[in-house]
Design a protein around this ligand. Structure first.
Ligand code: ZN
Length: 150
C-alpha cells in the first residue's frame, strides 16, 4: 500500500471516528445485539431496521464507545448495510472477516465492502482486528436473531 493511500485510509478512519454515521439507537428494530471487546474496552450495540416488506435491511443504528478503529468500523458498516438482503449482508461480513484475518494480504473489494476497505491496514495488528470486527460480529448476531433467519 502506498503512503498516500495509507494516509487517505487513516484520514477516513479518523473522520468516521470523530463524526460517526447512523449513531443513536432507533425504534422499531427487528433485532439488536450488544458486543464487548474486553481486551480494548470497546462496546457496541447495533439494531437492524428492515424494509416494510421485511426482506431487506433498510438501515442500521448503533451506539458504542471505545477506540477509533472500533467506532469507525461501526460507522463504516452502517453505511454499507442499506437495502441488502440478510444473506447478502452475511456474505459481506464474511468478506470483511477474511480481509481482517489476512494480516494485510487481502486489500478488500470496495464494491462489496465500500469504504470499510480502509480498515484493511489494521489487519496487520492482531489486537486491532477484534476492534474492527466488533460491530460486524454484532450485526452477524443480530441477523441470526431475525425471525426469517431462525
Ligand atoms: Zn479497540
Amino acid at each position: 500500500m502506498s503512503d498516500e493511500l495509507q494516509d487517505l485510509y487513516r484520514e477516513t478512519i479518523m473522520d468516521h471516528a470523530r463524526a460517526p454515521h447512523h449513531f443513536g439507537l432507533r425504534e422499531p428494530a427487528a433485532a439488536e445485539s450488544h458486543q464487548l471487546n474486553p481486551t480494548c474496552g470497546d462496546e457496541v450495540t447495533v439494531r437492524l431496521h428492515l424494509s416494510p416488506s421485511g426482506d431487506r435491511v433498510e438501515s442500521l443504528s448503533w451506539e458504542g464507545h471505545g477506540c477509533a478503529i472500533s467506532q469507525a468500523s461501526a460507522s463504516l458498516l452502517s453505511d454499507l448495510v442499506h437495502d441488502l438482503e440478510p444473506a447478502e449482508l452475511t456474505e459481506r461480513i464474511g468478506l470483511f472477516r477474511d480481509m481482517m484475518r489476512s494480516r494485510g494480504e487481502i486489500a478488500g473489494d470496495d464494491e462489496l465492502l465500500g469504504d470499510a476497505v480502509v480498515l484493511s491496514g489494521a489487519s496487520r495488528y492482531l489486537a486491532r482486528v477484534k476492534c474492527a470486527m466488533l460491530s460486524w460480529v454484532a450485526v452477524e448476531d443480530a441477523l441470526a436473531k431475525l425471525p426469517q433467519a431462525a
